[in-house]
Design a protein around this ligand. Structure first.
Ligand code: NAP
Length: 268
């Protein structure tokens, strides 16, 4: 791993389906996350009004945040318009990702121009489905992306086989989406692993690692893989943002504790 390419290990904040266009809610949640040590906030034009309200929530504290957002359209004109709006809301974009690989070959040249002009720090690519990992791998192998975003939780571990090793080989930083998610009868449901909360007694072996809650156990599980840089749980509650960010400091879980979390999550 090329150390300067690392972004973490740290807990960040996702913005899908939480505060949307509600600036007050965004200010409370983003403020709580940044106050407790988060830096990276992930968004996308796909998330309704989330980018706009994130921009408002960052007023006066923009320099303390790493904005990771996305381009999500096959249309080159619409893509530029998405980017222009992001520049209005955020000034610059630290991590610009191609959402779900949509037209990534077409977008790369102009995104590289923007990066080379200093208006973007790093380019990334995301996908949520293992069926897309062949193409994700091809995108990474171009050597033109330095960030990748994939799902990882005890019930969705497909990225461990190919994407995480490749990211490590190429020095690509890894952002984990859906760290509290999982699949129920092959359907992905946000935060679905939280329904399996085993209660405080079962979590006792994790206390020496600073883990108090089931959400923290799941976040620490993902972050304890040394190939993972940032996990980005989304929440509409400021106190949960604080709880989540608190899971992002060492000591990291060892193999035994990671296996315990997997078992508690119901993984085979
Ligand atoms: N293709 C892509 O690029 C892609 C796809 C999916 C996701 N993402 C990114 O990844 C982020 C995370 O994924 P996600 O939002 O789908 O799922 P997630 O973060 O794994 O789960 C979110 C759910 O967990 C709940 N939650 C969060 N913290 C909690 C806590 N401490 N205690 C109890 N409940 C808690 C939230 O409910 P409350 O709001 O009620 O707390 C929400 O329903 C997204 O927001 C987005 O930024 C990217």
């Amino acid at each position: 791993m090329i150390e300067e390419r690392r972004l973490g290990p740290v807990v960040g904040l996702g913005t899908y389906g939480t505060f949307d266009g509600d600036v007050r809610a965004a200010t409370a949640v983003v403020g709580a996350a940044l106050d407790t040590g988060a830096t990276l906030v992930d968004s996308s034009p796909m998330y309704g009004g989330a980018e706009r309200s994130l921009g408002a929530a960052l007023a006066g504290r923009r320099e303390s945040a790493v904005v990771a957002t996305k381009i999500w359209t096959p249309d080159p004109v619409a893509a530029r318009a998405q980017y222009q709006r992001q520049r209005e809301w955020f000034g610059r974009v630290e991590i610009e990702q191609v959402h779900n690989l949509v037209a990534w070959r077409e977008h790369l040249p102009w995104l590289e121009e923007e990066r080379d002009a200093g208006r973007i720090d790093r380019l990334g690519v995301t996908h949520y489905e293992p069926q897309a990992f062949d193409e994700l791998e091809a995108a990474l192998r171009t050597g033109r992306f330095t960030v990748v975003q994939v799902p990882l939780n005890p019930l969705e571990r497909e990225c461990e086989r190919r994407i995480l090793p490749l990211a490590e080989e190429l020095g690509v930083a890894v952002i984990v989406m859906r760290p509290l998610g999982g699949k129920v009868r092959r359907v992905s449901l946000r935060g679905s692993l939280l329904r399996r909360d085993p209660g405080p007694r079962a979590l006792e072996p994790l206390r020496p690692f600073g883990i108090e809650t089931w959400a923290q156990a799941l976040l620490a599980w993902a972050l304890s893989d040394p190939r993972v840089d940032v996990v980005i749980p989304a929440t509409r509650h400021a106190e949960r943002a604080r709880e989540n960010v608190a899971a992002g400091s060492p000591p990291w879980l060892e193999q035994d504790e990671r296996e315990l979390v997997s078992r508690l999550a119901g993984a085979a």
